[in-house]
Design a protein around this ligand. Sequence first.
Ligand code: GUN
Ligand code: ZN
Length: 429
Amino acid sequence: MAQKTLLKGRVLSFNGSPFEGEPTEAVTISEAVLIEDGRISAVGGADSLISANPDAEVVNHGQHVIMAGFVDAHVHYPQTAMIASWGKRLIDWLNTYTFPEEMKFGNPDYAAEIANRYLDLTASHGTTTMCSFCTIHPESVDAFFTAAQQRRQRVVAGKTCMDRNAPEGLRDSPQTAYDQSQALLEKWHGVDRISYAITPRFSPTSTPEQLEAMGALWAEHPHCLMQTHLSEQTDEISWVRELFPDARDYLDTYEKFGLLGSHGVYGHVIHLESRERDRLREVDASLIHCPTSNTFIGSGLFDMDGLMREGHRVGLATDTGGGSSFSMLHTMASAYEIGQLRGSPLHAAQLLWLGTVGSARTLRMDDCIGNVAPGMEADLVVLDLASTPAIAQREACADDLWEAIFPTIMMGDDRAIAEVWIAGRRESS
Ligand code: GUN
Ligand code: ZN
């Protein structure tokens, strides 16, 4: 008989979007969740689930919050070792810190070491799925997927293609980018919980010929995600204008090569023009907010309120190592602060939704991850709402659940993660 585990606690699930109507009404709190064969088989009252499943192992988490594992919709796992590098803006930051580090990933041993280090760090922070850029090297993709496969994690990643404005050793060509991406896609896409994303880094590091080759590959595999960067910094946008003088705007440098579509995942999207916003909305593309990165590299303030009102599909991400943290809690705190700076603070329910359901929606995976509901894959995080003395004393005088959760969002880190479950298996305790 299949092994059953019943987790008792305050089980938090979303029954709708907290961006439509009163945020708290989008949330249901239940007493228990039943895990069976790597999936959630039931959510509901503890007594009734226990009596219906007397064979289940019961784990009582008391007042801890049990919710979906965090989904980080835009990261660069190869930038793990150079996170928190000082004092540069985007293009100088790439040239000074990022490219020299990414150069090392042709070595499969180094790639495996960092992939495992990254997945250890993210699991300890409660992240169970991420969508990662790799490097130009196929070895970097193999290393990441191999490590994720061993941990039975649902992940998305792809070879980062660049054929100009990058150093020797970190450039491919339109043809090798196409061939290697296709080979990796055919090798990995759909294996266990692994998905391949076609990954041109961004317009400045791809020739029109390479963007065209990526567009052709995507047209042959339209159900794959395509991830890239869009409109992150004003000096980047000026550079794109010089490199593509015929393009109407930054988005057009992708659109004209077949790199705009519903399965497109665009990181940052801070300084969008109205035509770009309209087109992204029309095709129902995914927009990823990377708040700690946007403040750390000095990029700007994402327009969450405006984009949500327009009905965009929005997710949340650390953007490690442009982002300054592996923690999605910290990333939610940063999103809250950016909302404050723009005059529209996000509710705790909205922050938690962005880091779970919202991100899963952007990766087109909300049918299997990002929420606690029967049939979903059992990727769960157990949050201790009193994980440090500072948080505990604030939580102790909270009047309701939301006031109790918010200090953990604002001040929590890996110490707030009491347990992580991946595919129905406990990772840490
Ligand atoms: N734009 C192109 N590459 C990168 C990257 O690695 N990080 C960030 N933040 N922006 C980028
Ligand atoms: Zn990025």
